[in-house]
Write a protein that binds this ligand. Sequence first.
Ligand code: SF4
Length: 405
Amino acid sequence: MTPCATLSQEGGAKIPTDDAIPRALLAWYRRRRRDLPWRRTGDPYAIWVSEVMLQQTQVATVIPYYERWMRLFPTLSALAAAPESRVLKAWEGLGYYARARNLRRAAAQVLREHGGRLPDTAEALRRLPGVGRYTAGAVASIAFGRREPVVDGNVARVLCRLQRLRGNPKTPPLAERLWRIARAWLPPRRAGDFNQALMELGATVCLPRNPLCPACPLRRRCAARARGEERRLPRAPRRKALPHVEGAIGVVRHAGRILIDRRKPEGLLGGLWEFPGGKIEPSETPEACLRRELREELGIEADVLRPLTVLRHAYSHFRVTLHVFECRLRRGHAQPLACAECRWVRPADLRNYAFPAANRSVIALLLGSKQGGGITAPVATPLVHPPRIPMCRQAPARSAAGRRT
Ligand code: SF4
């Protein structure tokens, strides 16, 4: 290994400042960079959208979302003017929905406070909703050529290996050190390309389990490789077992329509639609849970007719098992007692609403069944106190505690 040329002292830690690394990396990036849609534009809005979409999400997943998004909301003003429901529908399936809500809110703020032009410094960008240190650095450097570093998971892995840094890159002392290294290595020009090159190297060569060191432009300067430790670094934090939640949801039918409700805007999956239901309490059966939830949260009584399916889904912080039932309205007018609004919709119209992943599986099941007497068959039962259809009211103020997540 060639040792780093110089060391700078910053914040008590020695930071290597070898300009051979940016040079080798930029030369490699020029030859090997992938042709991605957001790399064909200099539009700061488009670059910002791509950076937000790419957080926690793989490039292959993002590409079709990005292309559709740019057709639907080609400009920052188009996004600011779009209803939240349309924005969430365009994001449906990407997860971490706060990103979409924040993009729209930030677009409105940029229109109000910056005349529709995205601010061109990391500091100003960070004042926008949902824009953190990483996104601000990425947009400022890629879209505006500012000398701002970025550290995401890929960059952290590359830096830890190059410098043979042990420890958890997400914990404050090491995380801060990585940001200082990333800043110290920024070339005087082409900071955006350098940042993208570091991320590209992590995504395509310096892979988490099997780094492709022979193809790496930095292999001669990599301390982990010199010691044969490239597969062992960075140290993965010990994973805690995710808590498990059991819930029950109902496909409640009446007069050929199905009842759905929209979650309150704040919190997990905020603003998305879902089939009503909730968390099963200890010593409660799924059916009893569903009857209780429908009564407490929508003010209706329903018959729980039969199980439709059981779904398992993992979120970042917990796993959920959902028991799904076919139900029919017995009596009551659905009201949004613990949600933003509720509606009776035709089954075919369910696809017009943005649902979380587990609920989309239910919709696929409902709309995919071609069999007579299958789960799409209407429940032909006399109803007591038939509701007005569709119903949609604003929710009264009430805690969302106890709602399923
Ligand atoms: S030499 Fe290997 S471990 Fe080191 S940065 Fe390159 S790919 Fe990663």
